[in-house]
Design a protein around this ligand. Structure first.
Ligand code: ADP
Ligand code: MG
Length: 395
């Protein structure tokens, strides 16, 4: 499609395109409909319908498994984040959902219709990547108008929608600029506006803020959150940044080595990690590895002199376990039932709080969060916590 401004600098998009609108999910034959998904992760907690269901989806490149057979459901209007270290399969899963990568096995169901074999441009999915991918020769408003032009809406409606989308990302005043005349953050806002404007069935974002500095990233996180709250779009968002995932998501899908490690609300995963990996990846954790004692109430750790009391009895004598305690659950010189004597190695000032690093047992460092009153380096302290404030998981 050729696209140039006229001599008055007016938007060429006022001439609406004759291009056929993208095929929407409604235009797929009803014979493609599949039975509703009753499995997967927490469908319809508050009665919302399923937008996406991924069933047994896997990807293999030669001998390498990029994604094990995976089941995942996403509700309409949900903000789900795929979180995990580099190489854990996040992008592979996202690209199979949008059709850029062909699955080795499995199905992709969107709005109860099997789209596993639907080409990428017919899936009605909006994409935002780390690199802005704006059309360099089009102005901001022309870039934003582009997806709607492809759908052939009236000039008046087009103008209104472009205006509203630019206002939503606070770029109305820069509508006539070219992408190269914008900062990285502004360019990514244009990419967001261009994606949200045509209300795709699902929006997929792969590390969209990865190229921006921390301050701008936090600012844009809040904008993405507000865009989601305003539009209630269904969003699947990829990041390796756990703070970003905690701040944005309704649910987090934590990935590790080509499979899903845990799915849950940020609060659930933080409070009840299912593994040492999950505890370590999300938030700061003190993790004590050891074996369950014969009393089945305590754990012996090679690096500690005293056993650690466990909160529950779900593990048996001799089981290898990891006891997870968050820094804010520990007290310095408090009266919790678990008590470890140690030496203060460092006090890290973090504005509203401090993190104290204490060496206990045989070279084990633990982190305790406290207020601004901090002990001096080298002083002897007792770190304590109650068993009920810890979680025991498989190592
Ligand atoms: P993430 O997005 O979590 O960093 P990816 O989904 O990109 O991870 O990659 C998962 C695994 O699949 C990695 O080991 C990666 O090297 C491999 N992989 C991804 N794309 C290809 C490809 N086109 N060819 C071969 N291996 C690939
Ligand atoms: Mg990736």
């Amino acid at each position: 499609m050729s696209y140039q401004s006229n001599s008055k600098g007016e938007l060429p998009h006022l001439k609406t395109s004759t291009a056929a609108p993208l095929q929407s999910r409604r235009s797929v034959s009803t014979s493609d409909r599949v039975a509703p998904d009753m499995g997967g992760a927490i469908p319809g907690q508050d009665g919302r319908r399923l937008k996406l269901s991924v069933r047994g989806l896997s990807k293999r490149y030669g001998d390498a498994l990029a994604l094990e057979a995976t089941n995942l459901t996403v509700e309409e209007g949900e903000f789900l984040t795929l979180l995990g270290p580099s190489g854990s399969g996040k992008t592979t899963l996202l690209q199979m959902i949008c059709g850029l990568v062909t699955p080795t096995s499995g199905q992709i169901i969107i709005d109860d219709i099997d789209h596993t074999k639907t080409p990428v441009h017919k899936r009605d999915i909006g994409l935002v990547f780390q690199h802005y991918a704006l059309f360099p020769h089009l102005t901001v408003e022309e870039n934003v108008a582009f997806p709607l032009q492809m759908r052939g809406i009236s000039p008046r409606e087009l103008r209104q929608k472009v205006q509203a989308a630019l206002d939503m990302v606070q770029l109305g005043h820069l509508a006539r600029r070219l992408p190269k005349e914008l900062s990285g953050g502004q360019q990514q806002r244009v990419a967001l506006a261009r994606c949200f404007i045509y209300e795709p069935s699902i929006i997929l974002m792969d590390e969209p803020l990865g190229a921006l500095d921390k301050k701008l990233r936090e600012h844009l996180q809040m904008e993405i959150r507000q865009l989601h709250q305003q539009t209630r779009a269904t969003i699947i968002y990829v990041t390796h940044d756990q703070e970003e995932a905690l701040a944005l998501s309704d649910r987090i899908c934590l990935m590790n080595q080509a499979r899903i490690e845990q799915i849950g609300t940020p609060r659930d995963i933080y409070a009840r990690p299912v593994s040492a990996f999950a505890a370590d990846f999300i938030g700061t954790s003190n993790i004590f590895f050891g074996q369950v004692n014969s009393d089945q109430h305590s754990v012996r750790c090679n690096t500690l002199d005293a056993p650690i009391l466990m909160p529950d009895h779900t593990f048996s004598n001799g089981d290898d376990v990891a006891v997870v305690v968050r820094p804010e659950q520990m007290q310095l010189n408090g009266d919790g039932a678990n008590r470890l004597d140690g030496t203060v190695m460092d006090c890290v000032y973090a504005g509203s709080e401090s993190r104290i690093i204490v060496k206990v047992g045989r070279d084990t460092q633990i982190t305790v969060r406290t207020g601004l009153d901090t002990p001096s380096k080298g002083s002897r302290v007792t770190v304590s916590w109650d068993a009920a404030q810890s979680v025991v998981v498989c190592p």
